[in-house]
Design a protein around this ligand. Structure first.
Ligand code: PMP
Length: 445
């Protein structure tokens, strides 16, 4: 990976023809010119053949440094997950897809997860979205209240009750409130008695514009100035207090950040004890998973209350032995001294790396900076024209793969060493310079 990325990024001609329509339609069609080098990458997704550590290799043999983080799944590096997947496969090979029964590995996962989360009970689901669905449903049942509050700009999965969108029942739009992360919201929460739960995503520590009314995942990143974990911690504590005062269930959605920040997740990192916690992503050891962990007062209700009447936590594939085996390998890894040291150094390491990146960008005279919360970074801009999508293509031309959601987000895995990180800085600066040379930031904002 130390060699420069080849000048041509051509995927197979057919692949590019097929994808260009998909990638560049509607809102993302842009009239601006590109350099020839970037034009070669336009409209191409990535047809990947394999990964080699932090590098992904496409069908033509091009090597890209992978900064997608597999949408948050890849924390320890792809080679680690190849091993956890093998362990999951061994578990299911011995047992077959035997479902609904218990297995020692399930019991061990429950034991480890309750210890790590500080929660009393856990339940297993198939995705982060499902874990959030279960959490909200349990909160509504427990409180006998209808309303859900979550914060503008956050993502909690695609379920219509927490994600406004076409195709939702009208009732969903009536019970969901998108709040600002402000003191005024805390006041309202303290007063109201019709809110079942508040969903909060630790990743919002990255939003200094926490009061922004935008509900888009494509938040205007020119307004992201950087994470302020201290202020965020303080605000989270006051949120927890407001929820306690009003009997509202606090759900910390750690699907993305859980286990990325600390072995006990963001709850440990920020020092709060929510009522329910959702996990997913990396916890599955590379396989699809959602986990709900919670206090006994809530969790016991779906066991003890009229168990024949309510259908709470069912799901054919819940606690599938394949997933449970991979998860167990992941959880065991957390106990190794090497990994504990990684967590201890996490803030210092990534603060220093982000500072290095920002210094290099400033020195290059380009209007790009990064805001970061440890391994999760987002592009910000020192002038209003942000163009995340464009920068993404320019970085692709430098051999960097960013997630194709267009949020300008970089997600690092922990197998990226100092030498590779230095290479990434060089490439990000080169991509931003090329974008500047093409005049993207010349236009009046
Ligand atoms: N909650 C959060 C905080 C997430 O980041 C995500 C996924 N990006 C989800 C929920 C949904 O998880 P899944 O994609 O596994 O359904």
């Amino acid at each position: 990976y130390a060699t420069r990325f080849p000048q041509t990024l051509a995927l197979t001609r057919e692949a590019r023809a097929g994808l260009s329509d998909l990638q560049f339609t509607g809102a993302y069609r842009v009239p601006f010119p590109f350099s020839a080098r970037v034009r070669a990458t336009l409209g191409t997704g990535a047809f990947l053949e394999r990964s080699e550590g932090p590098v992904v290799v496409d069908l033509d043999g091009n090597r890209l440094i992978d900064l997608t983080g597999s949408y948050g799944v890849n924390l320890f590096g792809q080679e680690f997950y190849k091993a956890t997947l093998a362990e999951g496969a061994a578990t299911v090979a011995a047992l077959g897809p035997v479902l609904g029964a218990y297995h020692p590995v399930v019991v061990d996962n429950v034991r480890r997860l309750t210890a790590l989360s500080g929660m009393d009970e856990v339940s297993f689901h198939m995705s982060g979205t499902e874990a959030v669905m279960q959490a909200v449903r349990l909160a509504r049942y427990h409180t006998r209240r209808p309303r859900i509050v979550r914060f503008a700009g956050a993502y909690h999965g695609w379920w219509g009750e927490v994600q406004p969108g076409i195709g939702n029942p009208v009732s969903a739009d009536r019970t969901l409130t998108l709040a600002e992360m402000s003191d005024r919201t805390l006041e309202v929460l303290r007063r109201r008695r019709d809110i079942a739960c508040v969903l909060v995503n630790p990743l919002q520590a990255l939003h200094p514009n926490r009061g922004a009314p935008s509900d888009s995942q494509l938040v205007d990143s020119s307004r992201w100035a950087g994470a302020d974990p201290v202020a965020y911690r303080d605000w989270l504590h006051r949120l927890a207090e407001a929820c306690r005062a009003s009997g509202t269930v606090l759900i910390l959605d750690e699907v993305f950040m859980g286990f990325r920040m600390a072995p006990g997740g963001a709850a440990e990192y920020f020092g709060i004890r929510p009522d329910l916690v959702t996990y997913g992503k990396t916890l599955g050891g590379g396989l699809p998973v959602g986990v709900l962990a919670g206090r006994a007062a809530l969790m016991k209700r779906w066991r003890d209350d009229r168990p024949l009447d309510i259908c709470f936590a069912r799901g054919t594939f819940n606690a599938h032995p394949y997933v449970m085996g991979a998860m167990n390998a992941f959880l065991r890894r957390l106990e190794t001294p090497g990994v504990q040291a990684l967590y201890r150094d996490m803030d210092a390491c990534w603060d220093a790396r982000a500072a290095t990146m920002n210094d290099a960008l400033a020195e290059a005279g380009v209007p790009v900076r990064v805001a970061h919360l440890q391994t999760v970074w987002t592009m910000t801009y020192t002038r209003p024209a942000a163009y995340n999508w464009m920068l993404q293509y320019y970085l692709r031309a430098e051999g960097l793969a960013l997630s194709w959601v267009g949020t300008g987000r970089l997600i690092f895995s922990l197998d990226i060493d100092d030498a590779l990180f230095a290479e990434i800085v060089t490439r990000v600066v080169a991509g931003a310079r090329a974008m500047a040379a093409d005049g993207w930031w010349d236009a009046p904002a």
